[in-house]
Write a protein that binds this ligand. Structure first.
Ligand SMILES: Cc1cc2nc3c(=O)[nH]c(=O)nc-3n(C[C@H](O)[C@H](O)[C@H](O)COP(=O)(O)OP(=O)(O)OC[C@H]3O[C@@H](n4cnc5c(N)ncnc54)[C@H](O)[C@@H]3O)c2cc1C
Length: 420
């Protein structure tokens, strides 16, 4: 059997369910990546995100080459491209790991149907999350709308069905792909983006190195360290999770493993970090269960001030926020860092988001779009969920962490004290 493995948000060899299944079931495999031309043309994402993705792909290409495989790539509209590749390469089966964004779900449904019409097998796998939306439901079978209830059920599920982590698969000995060797790899410029210096190293090896660094150091003081934007107190693994150079399963197992070794790692710190990974899953399940959140507020809460009306005043304030020219040093520092590096610490994201929505009274969706265009880890589910949260649109959680508005107020007070 000949299988096509379509890499998407899973740019790694280790713990990759689609790749592992294809290696087990096929005598020949062809790995493929499709540069989604309409998506790239829309510039929903920016140069930092695309640059990071190219770095990850470059490493994946080299890793596959080490096993005698050539990563085929195409630029185009994904549905037609995958169907054409499947036909031209006469593959029997197509493998991919699932994606839960509304547009991706629709795309995958169409491809699946059309591949079936061509008589090809389609095999899809859970990968991007530890548990998919339907696996963590309330007692009545409804998706959770409150984080704390979701987290409690998530842990029950983890204990009942702890997922395993797959090794790098044994690759089949016969490969196709050498015919594609001659095709040069595209650059950021060729894709319509500026080449930007990457301040987080891309690729699977770098993701594992980053995890080890984090488990050796910052996780020991995560509960307090995560609140301080000036220090390296968090893992900075979000771009890696975004492009799947490491799996969420690997991270949870590694964190629990560090705890089981004893030593100076505290339960509170480790569980607080895993809590963040569960937030990530929560927002993924919200997007999967309520895809309308991508278009508008999850809940309309009475009493929230109306956004500033459209007009020159609103545009001037929004431009000042985007450029880091508001005159509020902490907001401007965050926005300038975002624009220059594609990165911003979580607490700073909360400050600038809260400032945009609650102080400048500008609609949160404008901020959400700007973040997506700048962030190296831009991810629809996490970005949308957090913007809705900062704009008080939903998701109560039992937590000792200050809410975004409280945190912004704390920062403003701090600045006022310093000025006086
Ligand atoms: C307005 C706003 C927009 C955001 N947009 C994004 C985005 O587009 N992509 C993105 O990955 N994160 C987003 N976040 C969440 C969070 O800021 C980042 O995930 C975090 O800063 C990544 O840093 P880290 O990897 O060092 O996190 P760590 O503190 O080491 O946490 C580990 C992992 O948990 C996940 N995580 C942590 N905090 C959150 C959170 N609040 N929500 C969801 N997942 C979380 C991330 O995958 C992160 O890598 C946003 C937060 C805010 C307030």
């Amino acid at each position: 059997m000949r299988g096509l493995v379509w890499f998407r948000r899973d740019l790694r060899l280790r713990d990759n369910p689609a790749l592992s299944a294809a290696c087990k079931e096929c005598r020949e495999i062809v790995p493929l990546f499709v540069f989604d031309e309409p998506l790239l043309r829309s510039h929903v994402f920016g140069s930092a995100c695309v640059g990071f993705m190219l770095g990850c792909l470059d490493e994946l290409r080299r890793s596959l080459a080490g096993h005698g495989l050539t990563l085929a790539w195409q630029t185009g509209e994904p549905i037609d491209t995958v169907l054409r590749m499947a036909r031209d390469l006469a593959v029997d089966a197509v493998y991919w790991n699932r994606d839960y964004e509304p547009v991706a779900l629709e795309r995958d449904r169409t491809i699946r149907q059309r591949l079936a019409q061509q008589g090809r097998t389609v095999r899809t796998f859970k990968d991007h999350v530890v548990f998919e939306a339907e696996e963590v439901l309330g007692q009545t079978g409804q998706p959770f709308q409150r984080y704390s209830a979701y987290r409690d059920r998530w842990w029950i599920k983890w204990r009942a069905a702890t997922p395993s982590v797959l090794p790098v698969p044994a690759f089949p000995s016969r490969h196709r792909g050498s015919v594609l060797d001659a095709v040069a790899w595209p650059s950021a410029t060729a894709l319509g983006y500026n080449p930007v210096p990457l301040w987080i190293e891309p690729g699977e090896q770098a993701a594992h190195a980053r995890l080890q660094w984090f488990l050796r150091g910052p996780v020991h003081e995560y509960v307090s360290g995560r609140n301080l934007p000036a220090i390296e107190g968090t893992s900075k693994l979000s771009p890696h999770l975004r492009f799947g150079t490491i799996s969420a399963r690997t991270l949870v197992h590694a964190a629990l493993g560090a705890l089981s070794k004893g030593g100076r790692v505290s339960r509170a710190d480790v569980f607080s970090w895993i809590d963040e990974l569960v937030w990530r899953e929560f927002f993924q399940q919200v997007l999967a269960a309520f895809p309308r959140v991508a278009e508008g507020p999850f809940k309309t809460k009475p009493g929230l001030p109306a956004p500033r009306p459209a007009g020159p005043d609103r545009n001037r304030l929004f431009a000042a926020w985007c450029q880091g020219q508001t005159g509020y040093p902490i907001v401007d520092a965050g926005m300038r860092q975002l624009n220059q590096t594609g990165w911003m610490h979580n607490r700073m994201r909360m400050v600038v988001a809260s400032f945009l929505v609650k102080d400048l009274r500008i609609d949160w969706q404008s901020g959400e779009r700007h973040f997506m265009q700048q962030l190296v880890d831009g991810d629809l589910a996490a970005n949308n969920g957090n913007w809705q949260w900062c704009a008080s649109r939903r998701f109560r959680a039992k937590s000792s962490i200050p809410r975004a508005s409280t945190f912004a107020a704390m920062c403003r007070n701090w600045l006022t004290c310093r000025r006086n």
